[in-house]
Ligand binder design. Structure first.
Ligand code: ZN
Length: 121
């Protein structure tokens, strides 16, 4: 019974994270940002500050999945910077028309069943 009692104490509660960090890796440690990989961000008037990475930027995701350097200019090889986002479809259409680019609306393709493999050859 004593063994079962000690064993039961080691079983984590349902839904709890199974990995627990202690010391400098603990979530509340004031030096955790110095040892855990994250994003370094330069702020005005301050030295480089380590910001923990909470999400992966979309450009990095495109690079990982499709090997696309979306922010790299194909003409000069420089880096592009996102300076704004156009959310209004009418404004986006006007911009595309002005640039002479395709403005046609595309409907998503309907879902289909996965291809059936004929393995009885
Ligand atoms: Zn360029």
């Amino acid at each position: 019974m004593e063994f079962i009692e000690k064993l039961a104490a080691l079983v984590p509660p349902k839904g709890r994270n199974l990995i627990r960090y202690h010391g400098i890796l603990a979530p509340g440690s004031h030096v955790r940002a110095l040892v855990v990989p994250g994003q370094r961000r330069r702020e005005r008037g301050a030295a480089t500050k380590l910001i923990p990475r909470t999400r992966i930027p979309w450009a990095d995701l495109l690079k990982r999945v499709f090997s696309i350097e979306i922010l790299r200019c194909v003409r000069c090889g420089g880096w592009r910077e996102v300076i704004g986002v156009v959310k209004d479809p009418l404004v986006a259409r006007k911009i595309l028309e002005h640039l002479g680019l395709d403005t046609e609306d595309y409907e998503p393709l309907p879902a289909r069943a996965p291809p059936q493999l004929d393995l009885a050859l």
